[in-house]
Design a binder for this molecule. Sequence first.
Ligand code: SIN
Ligand code: FE2
Length: 201
Amino acid sequence: MKDLSGFTLLPGRLDRTAQEALMGEVLTAARAAPFHRQVTPGGKPMSVEMTGLGPLSWITDAGGYRYEPTHPLTGEPWPSMPAILRDLWVELADVAVPADACLVNLYREGARMGLHRDEDEADFRFPVLSVSLGDTAIFRIGGLKRTDPTRSVRLASGDVCLLAGQARLAFHGVDRIVSGSSRLVPGGGRINLTLRRARPA
Ligand code: SIN
Ligand code: FE2
């Protein structure tokens, strides 16, 4: 499904075998770069746990929102970006530069993400590519203004979506996850991976 705004949903783009392989890569990476709850610049802990893959990942702390080359707790570089993600970017992003950042979000039961725009990247001509694993998310997407009408989209395990064109700067968030709808994530919940080009081309 591609709508006029540039939001594309590819349901079941990753089959079960690919989902399990990617899940395994994320678990291995998370042993070196643990998921943790970050704090907003205003001092509020997020309900989503995060880590990252690739040259850069997104972080938030009292110093603000930004991309960093190292994990804030370990001080080590982020684990490398799995080939399956690099390949998805090459196939779907429709741009000549590789992704240089992958934020990995872990939603345990009750976690959510408020409406926001992804706007810490250098160049919005590059899309955001999102991969969902595990429990279904009730995702919400609206327009360029926070007050624009929104619609709700279910993102199930294996679904891939792209925020490109106008939708690149659309407000979006996760209202909730449907706890127990998948058994892919050990301990339950949902993992979302978002690939981005954070630096200029
Ligand atoms: C995000 O906007 O960073 C996450 C979106 C999602 O979890 O599907
Ligand atoms: Fe986002």
